[in-house]
Design a protein around this ligand. Structure first.
Ligand SMILES: [Zn+2]
Ligand SMILES: [Zn+2]
Length: 470
């Protein structure tokens, strides 16, 4: 890949910590009249008015550039209650109200949507209620309708099974509650948990958008969050999906996800929220109260935030690089791909797997590291690497747990193994790693399991037809 960034500039911009300018007594660099109230990139002082003009222009041009919205289109705004999505809601509210000139008035119809994730964050009913009450109050203040749905409905098989309330919310027990708790409880690593949460939340928002007849959803993550996600995506083998994972538009699920806050770093969001009077709630995450090495996502975000503090060009440099990284696969129109070649979980294209694929290499090295110095199957591996991987996996899973009571059916371990191998055929590399950590994949949404069955039957059929053709 050719890189157009001049190396000398790069070093100058990113590698030398920029000395901080004092904001006291500084004059706004844009109007050169008013006293500065904002200091961006450590060296650019702005007055309040000029900063707001700059921010509003940036927000609108992010949306406008992509020509993503039609006139008067209905849009869902995913609102978590945090600063970034709160500022997004407020910017849209002001954009809709702004009537000085018809030309620059935003014209679309927003409705808020909030997902109550409290169940898997181990929040008490009282804490969950506090957050959702806050969301309801903010929606009312801004004059928007809000739909609130609990995360466990991501397991619902059908749109009509969603329990969705407009402008009110009651935490009620549902049949999916314990299933979701058990599903997340069965995931060992935090990285896999966080990834699973992203995928399931995406599924739920897609279901909600379809049910509410909205083709587009605005998501609230800002540049700082996305830059962390960019590095973490690379770390998790999702390099080919970066354009979707952090770009402005992501239409993998059929519903179009847009990220209008992606040009704002944390610091700009903080100024924006302050000037716009945005209230926010402190949102716990899966990695709250845990150290910075708790998960890949947490680590990369901390890394970006720390680096950005001293080198204000960090995030823009990361974004510039990521905009150039486009996979051939990602450019394909989903309708061009066969449905079976899309990952069941994230709907990205599954890379062609061959004997020499990254996931085979990972599998072999995993087998070696788990089997310890004495037990590695070196001789078998030399003769037939893949077969021996299969044998070793089979060996650790022959003993069945005592509480297996699958009467009439094959023992739970055997069927779990079968399910696992079926899963890996329908997932992309990144999702495969996540699902390997999900110890009870049978708790995943029933639609996935049905599709899994369908695909493996189609695969068998395809193979038998191929035999005839040959
Ligand atoms: Zn100014
Ligand atoms: Zn995937």
């Amino acid at each position: 890949m050719m890189c157009s960034i001049n190396e000398e500039n790069l070093a100058e911009e990113t590698m030398v910590a920029t000395p901080k300018l004092s904001v006291t007594d500084a004059i706004c660099r844009r109007c050169n009249i008013l006293k500065a109230q904002v200091l961006l990139r450590k060296t650019d002082p702005y007055c309040r008015d000029c900063f707001m003009k700059y921010a509003v222009h940036k927000f609108r041009s992010t949306i406008g550039k992509a020509h993503a919205l039609k006139h008067n289109e209905h849009v869902l705004l995913a609102y978590s209650g945090g600063l970034s999505s709160g500022s997004m809601v407020k910017l849209i509210k002001e954009g809709l109200d702004f009537s000085e000139s018809k030309k620059i008035k935003m014209v679309f119809k927003p409705t808020l949507v909030h997902i109550d994730e409290g169940l898997i964050l181990n929040l008490s009913k009282h804490e969950r209620k506090e957050t959702t009450d806050f969301v309801l109050e903010q929606a009312k203040k801004n004059g928007f309708d809000v739909y609130i749905c609990s995360l466990e409905y991501c397991l619902a098989p059908d749109l009509n099974d969603l329990k969705l309330e407009m402008n009110s919310y009651q935490i009620e027990p549902s049949i999916y509650e314990s299933q979701l708790e058990m599903l997340f409880g069965s995931v060992k690593s935090l990285t896999a948990k966080e990834d699973l949460l992203i995928r399931l939340k995406q599924r739920l928002i897609t279901l909600l958008a379809t049910r509410l007849n909205h083709a587009k959803v605005f998501l609230g993550p800002n540049a700082t969050r996305l830059a962390g996600q960019l590095l973490s995506a690379i770390g998790q083998g999702r390099g080919a999906q970066i354009a979707h994972e952090i770009g402005f538009t992501d239409s993998r699920t059929g519903t179009v996800f847009l990220r209008p806050m992606r040009e704002f770093v944390d610091k700009e969001v903080a100024y924006l929220a302050n000037f716009l009077g945005v209230d926010s709630v402190c949102l716990p995450t899966l990695s709250s109260k845990l150290g910075s090495t708790a998960s890949i996502g947490r680590l990369t975000e901390d890394f970006v935030v720390t680096l950005q503090t001293n080198f204000p060009a960090t995030i823009s440099t990361l974004f510039r690089i990521s905009d150039k990284l486009k996979s051939n696969i990602a450019d394909l129109n989903p309708s061009d791909c066969e449905r079976d070649s899309l990952c069941l979980l994230c709907l990205s294209a599954i890379e062609e797997s061959s004997v020499c694929s990254a996931s085979t290499a990972r599998h072999i090295s995993q087998t070696f590291s788990r089997s310890g110095p004495s037990g590695h199957p070196s001789d078998d591996l030399r003769t037939h690497p893949l077969q021996s991987v299969g044998t070793v996996r089979h060996q650790d899973s022959t003993s069945c747990s005592s509480n297996c009571n699958s009467q009439g059916k094959p023992c739970c371990k055997t069927s779990n193994d079968q399910i696992k191998s079926d899963w890996s055929a329908v997932l992309c590399y990144g999702c495969r790693i996540t699902m390997e950590d999900v110890k009870q994949p049978e708790l995943m949404p029933i639609n996935y399991l049905e599709e899994l069955g369908l695909r493996s039957r189609r695969q068998v059929m395809r193979q038998s037809v191929e035999q005839f053709l040959l």
